[in-house]
Design a protein around this ligand. Sequence first.
Ligand code: CS2
Ligand code: MG
Length: 406
Amino acid sequence: MLPPLRIRAARVIVTSPGRNFVTLKIETDQGVHGVGDATLNGREKAVVAYLEDHVIPVLIGRDARNIEDIWQYLYRGAYWRRGPVTMRAIAAVDMALWDIKAKALGVPLYDLLGGASRDRVRVYGHANGADIAETSDEVARYLEAGYTAVRAQTGVPGLAKPYGVSKDKDFYEPAEASLPVETVWSTPAYLRQAPALFEALRVRFGAEPLLLHDVHHRLTPQEAARLGKSLEPFDLFWMEDPTPAENPEAFRLIRAHTTTPLAVGEVFNSIWDAKDLIANQLIDYLRATVLGCGGITHLRRIADFASLWQVRTGCHGATDLSPITMACALHFDRWVPNFGIQEYMRHTAETDAVFPHAYHFEAGALFTGEAIGHGADIDEALAAKYPYEPRQLPIARLEDGTMWNW
Ligand code: CS2
Ligand code: MG
């Protein structure tokens, strides 16, 4: 039997090696420690306060072996359930506790979850460019680097800052300034450009590469249905977030008009956001993450539920999820029977140095490595060299000034 692992101390570490990350470190009286990610892009300090004021005080003295009970305590015990702040705080605790337990048992996390269903995790990379030609060259670069799945986003004529296009081609980070940058959006211009992009990509690269696209919540259900239909000849792996995710009913109309696979859920916090979309078979891939959805304990329940309707996973993996989330996601992906794909936006060298990790990229896939626990940690001395920098996500307005969905 594993001896009790009393939580002796817990603390929050905020660091900004190129972008902000919030990390929770939990220490036990047996000397084993674990780390979890609590980053909420543009709202980092809200989660710091939640953890420091309301979570850490109730963790001290608890037995870290009881991951389930601690999850239930933090979820049910909050009374004010769900939401991005609460669920990220719970996720950070949960990641750290799975890390501790796997380390105490001397096994890599995927082993504790039920063992490996696959030896590698297929990932998709992010190609983007100012226009179709540049985006196409970027896709070529990803395919040459070994990727077999690529998300493609392109500039739209007349729009200065469309979603998903960045100056730095390797490290996309939309949270650029301390106050939200204002961007302009035009749905008609976008709807002319997106099918032309995928037509050009299929002509150049043929049928084989998996191609993905993120609409980033910008369309109405009718517009999304039209886009899905016009993309059908180009055989997308998925069309992501076609409409704002808070209204599952919108997906009925989209679904009724197109066979383009649909992915949604990077902003979801719990099974309650996803359950109607899944049970009514309105989506194909679920973008929920260990970070957004209260950790591994809750995400694996969602995945099991989704498997009943053949909905597969496609975990969010943007740069605002730290390497600790990526490590947990990869162990989850290695186990989960209904795995679809994993998003992978590379972190900068500074971020990778602050968060040493056991996973690595090779031939279009990420490998968990065989380190015990989830295999990621934080170098606190290095982290201290990068103080917090206030940054917020941009906002979007229509050309006449009307607020829109970024
Ligand atoms: C995006 C994210 O990766 C994705 O699919 O939608 O980059 C999203 O914009 C960021 O995570 C926001 O912080
Ligand atoms: Mg997205």
